[in-house]
Design a protein around this ligand. Structure first.
Ligand code: HEC
Length: 137
């Protein structure tokens, strides 16, 4: 009798351990998959990547450009220049996050906000590795 109770309890306990373990594995799996928040790079998405790149290299570099100095930077910190492809790659997650949540371009600026298709194109361009830079590079 006592042995049976013990056996049942052990099973319950193991069950809980398994659920916990599965939850932990899932968390890690999801966390790793989207750790930059950019999601997947869809196959055959070249034209969408081009669209995304064009948005970064037109809309965003209106302020985020190494070619701009002083007041022309409109408050953009030095070095946060998206005409430099390495900086785009380094800041990919931030670029997407700010485009997606509507904080960039700044709603207080005169620059038109991105629509959802444009935000998605930026995501795809970045998720696919920002393979090409601005036309000059
Ligand atoms: C009208 C000027 C302007 C334009 C256009 C603009 N930005 Fe910015 N951006 C700023 C300024 C000013 C800051 C620094 C102050 C701040 O963080 O809000 C900034 C900061 C940022 C930051 C760092 C802040 C953070 O929250 O991580 C990112 C990332 C960023 N911009 C992305 C973008 C992207 C992507 C675009 C194009 C879709 C864009 N910006 C277009 C002015 C601009």
């Amino acid at each position: 009798m006592n042995r049976n109770v013990l056996a049942v309890c052990t099973h319950r306990w193991l069950g809980i351990v398994w659920v916990g373990l599965l939850a932990a594995i899932l968390t890690v799996a999801i966390g790793c998959g989207g750790d930059d928040g950019l999601g997947d790079c869809p196959p055959a998405s070249q034209s969408q990547q081009n669209t995304g790149a064009t948005i970064v290299f037109t809309t965003c570099i209106g302020c985020h450009s190494s070619q701009l100095q002083g007041a022309d930077r409109r408050g953009v910190p030095d070095g946060m220049d998206f005409d430099v492809i390495d900086i785009v790659r380094d800041m990919a997650a931030d670029i997407y996050r700010t485009a997606e949540d509507g904080s960039m371009p700044p709603p207080t600026s005169d620059v038109t906000a991105l629509n959802s298709a444009q935000v998605e194109a930026v995501r795809v361009y970045l998720a696919c590795g920002a393979e090409f830079g601005p036309p000059s590079q």
